[in-house]
Design a binder for this molecule. Structure first.
Ligand code: ZN
Length: 159
């Protein structure tokens, strides 16, 4: 199972986001992923055991849904997409932007988006819930814009 160190709310949603992955891909990647978010702490040490050669995915506290959010809410859907986009980078073993051209980086980003849409919408389709429509590029653009303006909400803190 992926290592999750994101605070209890984000851990819950990240776990559910990972369940959107096709079984084969999840089985291949799960042990190679670690997630960190500072939503519930001011500082954190990532131990060698935690990192352990994994892809460490860092989530902004701006995109952690509020406690009362549900799976149909825009913030949860955006978190799912963000998690799946980063997992797609790991899955395709994309190179760091600093090592490639801007054009190659844009190609990697487009590929990660494509895979995230495929995985997310595949899992939404399988749920066949009319309250959970497909995730669109329009919804993504709106969620990104909203997240950029969102203040980090106050949360219980523990160092
Ligand atoms: Zn990306």
């Amino acid at each position: 199972m992926a290592h999750l160190d994101c605070g209890h709310i984000a851990n819950h949603w990240v776990w559910h986001a990972l369940s959107c992955l096709p079984d084969k891909i999840r089985a291949e990647l799960d042990e190679k992923l670690a997630f960190v978010c500072m939503a519930e702490s001011d500082a954190r040490r990532l131990t060698p055991q935690f990192v352990g050669g994994r892809h460490v995915i860092v989530l902004s506290e701006r995109i952690v849904p509020l406690e009362q959010s549900d799976e149909g809410s825009p913030e949860v859907r955006y978190l799912y997409f963000g998690v799946l986009h980063e997992v797609a980078h790991a899955f395709r073993q994309h190179r760091p932007p600093s090592e490639i051209s801007q054009e190659e980086n844009e190609h990697q980003e487009a590929e990660a988006d494509e895979l995230a849409f495929e995985w997310f919408n595949g899992s939404l389709q399988a749920k066949a819930n009319p309250m959970l429509p497909p995730f669109t590029r329009k919804e993504l653009a709106k969620a990104k814009a909203t997240a950029m303006t969102r203040a980090v909400p106050p949360r219980p803190q523990a160092i």
